[in-house]
Design a protein around this ligand. Structure first.
Ligand code: DAH
Length: 339
C-alpha cells in the first residue's frame, strides 16, 4: 500500500508539471482526489489493514493528499497568472499610435458644377424651382407648342408609363408649371434629371441632367437674353470665354438660338475636342413663344420673356476633360476621388 501511495504522489507530481491549462488541471483533480479517484480507492481499502498499520498508512495517505492539494492550488495560481498575462499583452492599447481617419465622402462632379451654376444664377436674382420627373405629355410637349405628330418629338423619344404619362425629356415643362402658378415678374432656373430612350455610349445616356432658365416680365428683349447668358458663360468658363449666338429653331421660342463657346483647346481653329468646328455648343435659348405665354394665361401683348436650357453632363465633361459620359454613373471611386 505504501508503494501504491508513493506511486500516486509521483504520478500526480509528473502530470501536474506537464499540465498547461486550467480545464486539464480540473480533470487531474478528479483523477487523483475525486470520489472515484485513485487516492479514494486506496483509502477504501484501508479497512483490510492491521490495527497497527492502519494509522501509519492513514497518516501517509493524508500526507499524499495534502501534497497533491497543495501542488494543485499552486499550479492553479500560476496558470491563472499566465492567462492574465497573455490577456494583458494581447489587449494592450497604444494610445500614442496615430488614429485611422474615417473616409470622407465628397460631392459628385455633376453636383459640384450644378451647385456652381446655381450660385451664378442666384447671384443674378434667379430662384431655383423644380418639377416632376414623371410628367404628362401635356406639360412635356403640348403646352410647349409640340403637338402630337410634331417632328420635334422624333428626337425626344422617351419612356412611357402610359400614352399620357412619360418620363420628361427636358426640363422645359417646369417653365409651364411655373407660369401657371406664378405671375410675372418671373426669374427662375430649374435643374433636374431628364430621360430619353437613347442607347448608352460615350456621349449618350437614357438619363441625364438639364438646367432650364426662364425670365418673364414687361419689356424683356433679346438683349436681356444675350446679356444674361454671356455673363453666365464668362462666370462659368472665365472672363476670356468667347460666346456666339447662332440662329436655331425650338417650337417653344421665337426667335430661337443656340449658344456656342469658342473652343478652349484650339481657340477657333478646329481640333479633336470641338470636332473641327472651332466652337462648342452649350445651350439652346430663345424668346418665349407668344403661344406658350398664352397657354399659361400670360398676355403676350403685355409681357415677354426669354428661356434657355442646357445639358449639365456636357458642361462638366468639358470642364474636367472627361471623354466618357458613362463614368458619371458607374460610381467607381477611382474616378470620383479625383474631384
Ligand atoms: N428643352 C430643349 C432641349 O431639351 C432645350 C431648350 C432650348 C430649352 C431652348 C429652352 C429653350 O428653354 O428656350 O433640347
Amino acid at each position: 500500500m505504501k508503494e501504491a501511495l508513493e506511486k500516486i504522489r509521483q504520478a500526480a507530481a509528473n502530470e501536474l508539471a506537464r499540465c498547461a491549462d486550467i480545464k486539464e488541471l480540473d480533470q487531474l483533480r478528479v483523477k487523483f482526489l475525486g470520489k472515484k479517484g485513485e487516492l479514494t480507492a486506496i483509502l477504501k481499502a484501508m479497512g483490510s489493514l492491521s490495527a497497527e498499520e492502519r494509522p501509519k498508512m492513514g497518516q501517509l495517505a493524508n500526507e499524499v493528499r495534502g501534497a497533491i492539494e497543495e501542488s494543485l492550488s499552486e499550479k492553479l495560481a500560476s496558470l491563472k497568472e499566465a492567462k492574465l498575462e497573455r490577456q494583458l499583452r494581447s489587449e494592450r492599447l497604444d494610445v500614442t499610435m496615430p488614429g485611422r481617419l474615417p473616409e470622407m465622402g465628397k460631392p459628385h462632379p455633376l453636383t459640384l458644377v450644378m451647385d456652381e451654376i446655381k450660385e451664378i444664377f442666384l447671384g443674378m436674382g434667379f430662384s431655383v424651382v423644380s418639377g416632376p420627373e414623371v410628367e404628362t405629355d401635356h406639360y412635356n410637349f403640348e403646352m410647349l407648342n409640340i403637338p402630337k405628330e410634331h417632328p420635334a418629338r422624333d428626337t425626344q423619344d422617351t419612356f412611357y408609363i402610359n400614352e399620357n404619362v412619360i418620363l420628361r425629356t427636358q426640363t422645359s415643362p417646369v417653365q409651364i408649371r411655373t407660369m401657371e402658378k406664378q405671375s410675372p415678374p418671373i426669374r427662375v432656373i430649374s435643374p433636374g434629371r431628364v430621360y430619353r430612350s437613347d442607347a448608352i455610349d460615350a456621349t449618350h445616356s437614357p438619363l441625364f441632367h438639364q438646367i432650364e432658365g426662364l425670365v418673364v416680365d414687361k419689356g424683356v428683349t433679346m438683349a436681356d437674353l444675350k446679356g444674361t447668358l454671356e455673363i453666365f458663360v464668362k462666370r462659368l468658363y472665365g472672363e476670356d470665354a468667347v460666346v456666339r449666338f447662332r440662329p436655331h429653331h425650338f417650337p417653344f421660342t421665337e426667335p430661337s438660338a443656340e449658344v456656342d463657346v469658342m473652343c478652349f483647346s484650339c481657340h477657333g481653329e478646329g481640333c479633336r475636342l470641338c470636332k473641327g468646328e472651332g466652337w462648342i455648343e452649350i445651350l439652346g435659348c430663345g424668346m418665349v413663344h407668344p403661344k406658350v405665354l398664352q397657354n399659361c394665361g400670360i398676355d403676350p401683348e403685355e409681357y415677354s420673356g426669354f428661356a434657355f436650357g442646357m445639358g449639365l453632363e456636357r458642361v462638366v465633361m468639358r470642364r474636367f476633360n472627361i471623354d466618357d459620359l458613362r463614368l458619371f454613373f458607374e460610381n467607381d471611386l477611382r474616378f470620383l476621388d479625383q474631384f
